[in-house]
Design a binder for this molecule. Structure first.
Ligand SMILES: *Cc1c(COP(=O)(O)O)cnc(C)c1O
Length: 392
C-alpha cells in the first residue's frame, strides 16, 4: 500500500478489501461429500436465495403463500411435469409428494400393497433394505428372497440367487445402498410381480425404464432437493389393491386422488425440487447426468485401484455405486487422520457411516467433477506422506 497509512484512500482501500474478503468468504463453498442431506446445484440455491423474500409477481415469499394458491399449484404442477419429463414417467403412473422421509415409505408400501393373507419378497442388500424389511414385517409376511450379508453386503445378488415367490404381492429392492456403496445397474427380473424400489440415493442419477417398476420412491435429500419431501411414483392399477380404512395420511389412494394436497405438503422442499429439476433439464437431462456421474466415479475408483493397495474399495467391482464410493485404509487410525486432514483442506464429509467405518465419498448429481479431482490429488499426497514402510 502506498501513501500515508491513515490517508483517506488507504482507509477506503482497506474497507473495500475487507468487504471483498467478507463477501468472498461468504460465497466460498467447500467440497461437500456428505451422504444426505447433500450438495445441491448452486443455480438452484441462488434462485431460491434471490426470490426468497419476494417471489416474482407475488409480493410474498414461497414460505408464506397458501398451498392452495394458484402460485403454489403452479410450482407443484411444474415439479411434477418436469419430473415426468426428465425420468420419462408414463401417463399411467401417479406422482405423489409426501412428508415423512423414505422411512415412512417402508411402512406405507407394506400397509398399502401387502395383503394380510399374502407375502412380499424383499432383497436384502444392506442397512436401508434391512430397515424396509423390519417395518414390513410389522405389517405382514416377508420373504427375504436373497441376502448378501455373508459377503458383508459388498455386492448385489445375481439374478439366479433370487428365490422369488411367483405369488408375492411385490418384490422390494434398494437400487443404491448408500452405506455399503453398492448399486443395481440392471433391475431384478420379477416376471409379473410388481417391482418396488427404494431409489432414495440414486434417483435421477441415470435414465431408468419406469415401466419396469410398480413403485419407485425416494427421499429428496440425496439427489433431488432438501430433506422434507419424498417422491412416490406409483403405477395406477396398484391403487386397486389399497385396503379400505387406512389412516388417511398413509393411504396412497387418497394421497394420489388429492394430488399431494390432502394436507399442507412440504411447500418449500417441493419448490426446491422444482428448481433442481429445472437445473437438471438445463444441463441435458439424465443422459448427460449419467455421463457426468460415470466420469466422476471412474476418476475416484481409478485412484483407489491404482494406489497399490493403500486405498481399498469395499464393494465388488461389478456392484460399485456411482453415488457413494466406499473405501478403507490399513488402519482406523490412518482413516481418521485422512478424514480430519481432508476436512481441513475443504474436502468435507468423507467419514464412512458409523456402522461400517472407513471412508465414503458421496458423489451425487450436484457434486462437481473439480471436487473429485481435488480429492484424488489429496489422496495421492496423503499416500506419499503416510506410506513409509507401507507395502514395501
Ligand atoms: C437416506 C436413505 C433412506 C432414509 O431416508 P429418510 O428420508 O431419512 O427416511 C432410505 N433409503 C435409502 C436408500 C437412503 O439412502
Amino acid at each position: 500500500m502506498t501513501g500515508t497509512p491513515y490517508g483517506r484512500s488507504a482507509v477506503k482501500e482497506a474497507v473495500a478489501a475487507a468487504q471483498a474478503a467478507a463477501s468472498a468468504k461468504k460465497v466460498e463453498r467447500v467440497y461437500n461429500f456428505n451422504p444426505g442431506p447433500a450438495v445441491l446445484p448452486v443455480p438452484a440455491l441462488e434462485e431460491a436465495q434471490r426470490d426468497l423474500v419476494t417471489l416474482p409477481g407475488v409480493g410474498m415469499s414461497v414460505l408464506e403463500i397458501s398451498h392452495r394458491s394458484k402460485t403454489f399449484e403452479g410450482i407443484l404442477a411444474e415439479a411434477e411435469a418436469d419430473l415426468r419429463a426428465v425420468l420419462g414417467i408414463p401417463d399411467n403412473y401417479k406422482v405423489i409428494f409426501l412428508g415423512g422421509g423414505a422411512s415412512l415409505q417402508f411402512t406405507m408400501v407394506a400397509m398399502n400393497l401387502l395383503p394380510r393373507d399374502g407375502s412380499a419378497d424383499y432383497i436384502h442388500t444392506g442397512s436401508w433394505a434391512a430397515a424396509a424389511i423390519k417395518e414390513a414385517k410389522k405389517l405382514g409376511r416377508v420373504n427375504v428372497a436373497a441376502t448378501t450379508e455373508a459377503d458383508k453386503f459388498s455386492r448385489i445378488p445375481r439374478q439366479e440367487e433370487l428365490k422369488l415367490d411367483p405369488n408375492a404381492a411385490y418384490v422390494h429392492f434398494t437400487s443404491n445402498n448408500t452405506i455399503e456403496g453398492t448399486e443395481w445397474f440392471v433391475e431384478p427380473e420379477t416376471g409379473s410381480v410388481p417391482l418396488v424400489c427404494d431409489a432414495s440415493s440414486d434417483i435421477l442419477s441415470r435414465p431408468i425404464d419406469v415401466k419396469k417398476y410398480g413403485v419407485v420412491y425416494a427421499g429428496a435429500q440425496k439427489n433431488m432437493g432438501p430433506a422434507g419431501v419424498t417422491v412416490v411414483i406409483l403405477r395406477d392399477d396398484l391403487l386397486a389393491r389399497v385396503p379400505a380404512g387406512l389412516p388417511s395420511m398413509l393411504d396412497y389412494k387418497l394421497q394420489a386422488e388429492k394430488q399431494s394436497l390432502y394436507n399442507t405438503p412440504p411447500v418449500f422442499a417441493i419448490y426446491l425440487v422444482r428448481l433442481v429439476l429445472k437445473w437438471l433439464k438445463g444441463i441435458g437431462g439424465l443422459p448427460e447426468m449419467e455421463r457426468r456421474n460415470r466420469e466422476k466415479a471412474d476418476l475416484l475408483y481409478n485412484a483407489i485401484d491404482s494406489s497399490g493397495g493403500f486405498y481399498r474399495g469395499t464393494a465388488e467391482k461389478a456392484s460399485r455405486s456411482r453415488m457413494n464410493v466406499t473405501f478403507r485404509m490399513a488402519s482406523e487410525e490412518l482413516e481418521k487422520k485422512f478424514v480430519d486432514e481432508a476436512k481441513a483442506g475443504k474436502l468435507v464429509g468423507l467419514g464412512g457411516h458409523r456402522s461400517v467405518g472407513g471412508m465414503r465419498a458421496s458423489l451425487y448429481n450436484a457434486f462437481p467433477k473439480e471436487g473429485v479431482e481435488a480429492l484424488v490429488a489429496f489422496m495421492k499426497d496423503f499416500q506419499q506422506r503416510n506410506s513409509t514402510g507401507y507395502g514395501t
